[in-house]
Design a protein. Structure first.
Ligand SMILES: Cc1cc2nc3c(=O)[nH]c(=O)nc-3n(C[C@H](O)[C@H](O)[C@H](O)COP(=O)(O)OP(=O)(O)OC[C@H]3O[C@@H](n4cnc5c(N)ncnc54)[C@H](O)[C@@H]3O)c2cc1C
Ligand SMILES: Cc1cc2nc3c(=O)[nH]c(=O)nc-3n(C[C@H](O)[C@H](O)[C@H](O)COP(=O)(O)OP(=O)(O)OC[C@H]3O[C@@H](n4cnc5c(N)ncnc54)[C@H](O)[C@@H]3O)c2cc1C
Ligand SMILES: Cc1cc2nc3c(=O)[nH]c(=O)nc-3n(C[C@H](O)[C@H](O)[C@H](O)COP(=O)(O)O)c2cc1C
Ligand SMILES: Cc1cc2nc3c(=O)[nH]c(=O)nc-3n(C[C@H](O)[C@H](O)[C@H](O)COP(=O)(O)O)c2cc1C
Ligand code: FES
Ligand code: FES
Lengths: 304, 258, 304, 258
């Protein structure tokens, strides 16, 4: 028997290390008629804001070599509708439910956090700091260590639930950001959000993404994510949730060896909605072949 | 109910220079599919990562019929697919045409927009309805639905190389007074054509349903990438997802100036 | 007749905007028996150091989705052997010759620059600031704006030849780095060098690259490069040389529209040594189709 | 002289479970190729971007013969290539075996290491020399050079399912005293085997030439990616490029502990 359960901090135990990445799995229920969504260890919701947001105008996505750029603009139905419409599905959901929160200013984050802290089926939070702060002229919360620290530190007092911060790779030193997350008393750090990316239509001269620069994801960015996890694993003691280009079970093992305790599947859902199933099968067969009893034991075990 | 399956290629034949017909065995999808819906075809291990959406052009027992045009790398790749091969597909996806049982049903298809029209037409005929079919193209090298009975088929080409000389909407407007009211228009094709149909609908107070196209990533509401600008019932600016809220929209919903 | 000539500052005019990227074209002569190397507007040499370097131990390269990671470690034959062995080939070379310089401390850069300034067939320099500074504990010259400025500012007094600085994308704000390059009086900026990337063999647990983290290049990184060129074009007035994942003529046009004056081909040489030929043919047919008389006129003309 | 060309597939046939033979028309390369050299095969528009190196296993007029084993995605893809298709290749690349005209030439091939040995053997025979050929494998499912005249062919398998039971180097050591001096060993195969051959060479004072394998990006000295650890003439640590300084090295040059 192979034990796939893992813990991300003492607060969250998952039946397996596979979660969904925010924004790539709808609200969690869309795929439930196509695949068995209970296969996931946990679901991370689409980034939620206080009020509904229609998101950015089209075009919002474009294909790039082994990847894609998106600029959805955090389109979401807002906190109240989310709670009204999705509660029933999530109450009956097997795995853990982590709500990704994205605000345009500090208060928005805190308000959402306080409300959701009381909801029973919400097991934890992932804070998306890759969105521009409207008050501070659109600077991203996630690019300056002090700036981010000021945002996240008060959060620890607002909830005892699992609290994780999702970091952007578009910084000089992601490990330094992770250190701040740890300092703020958060339970874990997840990485990576998308890389900056852009594409231009050479016949119209127009950017292929409405906001000109969007977020690059998919298999293309996996090496960047692995490098970031390796660096961060050396720098902090809190668990790391690895994200970026995961497509196969091999990729999941690679993230775990690099230092991740769990992972999130993102873009793969668009080209292989069934990935979770194939990945879980691989994890079991890998553990058997390599004589690994508990998958969690391989975290950070790369020979580096 | 959406279904992912390994479909088996039953037939893959060239129709014209750039148009091909693909028949796929996919029983669950075939059973549930309605005219206007589409499927996603997955391409394994490809530099281009998105699946590709194709309208269902017909159902033949357990099989789906697609009509596709070579426009880029993946449609090119599809032409090399051989009978017996398995390819993963997802469907049926999206909403479908709302059918009217009285008056005249007018189908307007251009280019690859032909595919869903052929399915819709068979469906209407199976219900005992006799739709008029307007098929327009730039010239006679494009694909036309030859099987359609001549009396109900109205062909036009921009260069007059086949049928009426002019665009398909001009052709329709010329004929429209002869059709029994109420008229219902169903259409799929280039943006320009659909915008003209919206105007025609407003002019003659005709209900028009349009099948929209955009780039899609997931095809099922996960990514919110397939957004188009639309209007809500009370005319406010809105954003809709083609794969989930569409691909079929009422003409008045579409914001063609977005 | 389509005019493909371009200028990168007043100091260098190229017969076309296609150059080679440092480290991906040997010393410039290796391919000369396979393709017509005179097709390039210019050749950028392998990074040169004062003394020969054997580079990093194997494994040095690995494939990643639509890309690769390398950690060659600036292996090179050193300045003297370079001058001895390659002079003859370069003296007879049609295009411009730009020497990429990589030192481990400030002095090494300056010494090389002074020596090469006197060599007639050397038309200019590309300064590689993505290497670790040995004196300062291995911090990269290219990650801190002030640190980089201190390195490059004295260079302007050492040569009147074309002087370009090659920037790393592994920073929070590449445009800020480019502003420093402009401030230092350099003639141009080239971007991007490789992204950080890593990969782990899941069966041995060993990193697939000797140095654990290496440099990611190839088609996968093109969107990142385009985004960086767009941002930098807004921020500086000096010309930009675009690098990163260029494979086709379409890619070259995309870089020019984004704001590049010229480009460098890198990883593509490994999977299509003939790329330059195919690209030049495309550039001509594109210009004809789009009714563009002088290719240089499209730089920065994306509708952004 | 290296040449890039669109080679035409003449033949692509399965030899054993995992081994295939590919014959490609590439006149310029065929004319210049020497035993030990290799070519790079390019794969268009692929998620895996590197070309793949293959030793030349023989020349047949304008054609190159390759023997390849399915080990991953690109060798798998190659099995679908059809006669008449064009695929871009580059070659001949690397250095080649240095041939000795006196004494005994001993070829030692294991697994895909068979390919260059077959070419070398034909070459030696065309010069009137009679090489001994030692072919080793794990078991009889591997590919063996069947065409070799039996008296000169020495087969071994680890499990004894074919020929001598044991590894190829043990086999060779058993036979070596029967061979006429000076002996020259030429080999291509797994690292372990080549390391054992190096030791054998030291023990018996025999010149050994080894064909080394590494991951390659460019195959022609551009990227410096195919580095291996070696020793210089005076025993200093060195780094050599397999594609340019090799693939053939003197056994004493190779640092197997790198
Ligand atoms: C709901 C829906 C139903 C469709 N039904 C059919 C059908 O029945 N038959 C059929 O042949 N095609 C249909 N299409 C279009 C089809 O999906 C595209 O032609 C296909 O994805 C192109 O893939 P490719 O890799 O060959 O081309 P690519 O290499 O991806 O693209 C080639 C060129 O075509 C353009 N392009 C590609 N897709 C679109 C698009 N959706 N809208 C505008 N421009 C595009 C690209 O910008 C590019 O310039 C449908 C699309 C949608 C959204
Ligand atoms: C000079 C030279 C000559 C060669 N000649 C032949 C030949 O004649 N016939 C033949 O079948 N093969 C030969 N090879 C090996 C051949 O190049 C590889 O098998 C091929 O590149 C694998 O491609 P793939 O995409 O199928 O496998 P991949 O998917 O790239 O790899 C599959 C697995 O094999 C491993 N692998 C791949 N290449 C190598 C390598 N070079 N060394 C060690 N492990 C590797 C990978 O790490 C991976 O685990 C030669 C290699 C070199 C360097
Ligand atoms: C279409 C799309 C929408 C996304 N939306 C969000 C979001 O709302 N919030 C967030 O934190 N990350 C969002 N992301 C980033 C992903 O969660 C993930 O971090 C990133 O895509 C890298 O993983 P991948 O390469 O596996 O997709 C989005 C990504 C994509 C492709
Ligand atoms: C094998 C290899 C070696 C490289 N060596 C150097 C180098 O010596 N100096 C340097 O400035 N850049 C070096 N680079 C970076 C390239 O010049 C280029 O900036 C980068 O690869 C991005 O472009 P590409 O995606 O087109 O390859 C190297 C890249 C590769 C792949
Ligand atoms: S294509 Fe993903 S939501 Fe429509
Ligand atoms: S493979 Fe590029 S130098 Fe050898």
């Amino acid at each position: 028997m192979v034990d796939l359960t893992i813990k991300i901090s003492d607060k969250i135990e998952l039946q397996n290390p596979i979660m969904t990445a925010s924004g790539t799995f709808g609200y969690g229920d869309e795929l439930s008629t196509v695949i068995n969504t209970n296969l996931y260890g946990g679901i991370v919701s689409k980034s939620l804001s206080l009020e509904p947001r229609i998101g950015n105008p089209p075009p919002r996505i474009v294909e790039t070599p082994s990847g894609m750029i998106n600029s959805i603009g955090l389109a979401n139905i807002g906190l109240s509708r989310f709670l009204d419409e999705k509660a029933k599905y999530f109450q009956n959901y097997n795995g853990k439910i982590i709500i990704n929160i994205a605000g345009k200013q500090d208060d928005e984050f805190y308000t959402i956090l306080k409300k959701l802290d009381k909801i029973e089926w919400v097991h934890g939070f992932e804070i998306n700091v890759s969105c521009p702060n409207v008050k501070e002229g659109g600077i991203q919360f996630g690019t300056d260590p002090e700036f981010m620290f000021k945002l996240i530190q008060p959060m620890r007092d607002l909830t005892d639930k699992f609290l994780m911060v999702k970091l952007s790779p578009n910084v000089t030193d992601i490990a330094q950001m992770a250190e701040k997350v740890q300092l703020a008393g958060c339970d874990a750090v997840s990485m990576i959000n998308t890389l900056y990316g852009a594409a231009i239509d050479i016949y119209s001269g127009k950017p292929k993404i409405n906001t000109v620069v969007g977020g690059l994801s998919g298999p293309a960015i996996k090496p960047v994510a692995i490098a970031n996890v390796i660096k961060t694993y050396k720098a902090v003691d809190i668990p790391i949730v690895g994200i970026g280009g995961i497509t196969t079970g091999e990729d999941v093992i690679e993230f775990l060896l690099a230092g991740a305790s769990a992972v999130e599947l993102g873009t793969v859902h668009f080209f292989n909605p069934n990935a979770v199933d194939e990945i879980l099968q691989f994890l079991v067969s890998y553990c058997k072949k390599m004589n690994i009893k508990r998958l969690r034991d391989i975290t950070g075990k790369a020979k580096i | 109910m959406k279904n992912i399956c390994e479909s088996i290629i039953i037939e893959n034949t060239q129709l014209t220079k750039d148009y091909w017909k693909l028949k796929l065995e996919a029983p669950t999808i075939a059973k549930n599919a309605k005219p206007g819906q589409f499927i996603e075809i997955y391409f394994n291990n490809s530099v281009k990562i998105f699946p590709r959406p194709f309208s269902i052009a017909g159902i033949d027992e357990n099989n789906l019929v697609l009509i596709y045009k070579i426009v880029g790398s993946q449609t090119k790749k599809m032409t090399s697919w051989k009978t017996g091969e398995q390819h993963r597909i997802l469907g049926p996806l999206g909403n479908f045409f709302q059918i009217n049982n009285i008056g005249t049903n007018v189908l307007v298809g251009g280019g690859v927009g032909t595919a869903p029209m052929i399915f819709l037409r068979s469906h209407l005929i199976s219900k005992g309805l006799e739709p008029k079919y307007f098929s327009g193209a730039r010239n006679d090298l494009e694909y036309f639905p030859e099987e359609v009975k001549n009396s109900q088929l109205f062909i036009s080409t921009d260069d007059g190389s086949k049928g009426f000389k002019g665009n398909v909407v001009q052709h329709l407007e010329k004929e429209i007074q002869n059709f029994k009211q109420p008229i219902n228009i169903y259409s799929c094709g280039p943006k320009k054509m659909m915008e003209a149909l919206k105007k025609l609908g407003q002019k003659y107070k005709i209900k028009v349903q349009l099948s929209m196209e955009t780039l899609m990533a997931c095809g099922m509401g996960l990514c919110q990438g397939c957004a188009i600008k639309t209007y809500s019932k009370n005319g406010e600016d809105k954003i809709s997802l083609v794969c989930k809220d569409g691909p079929i929209f009422k003409a008045e919903e579409i914001n063609f100036h977005g």
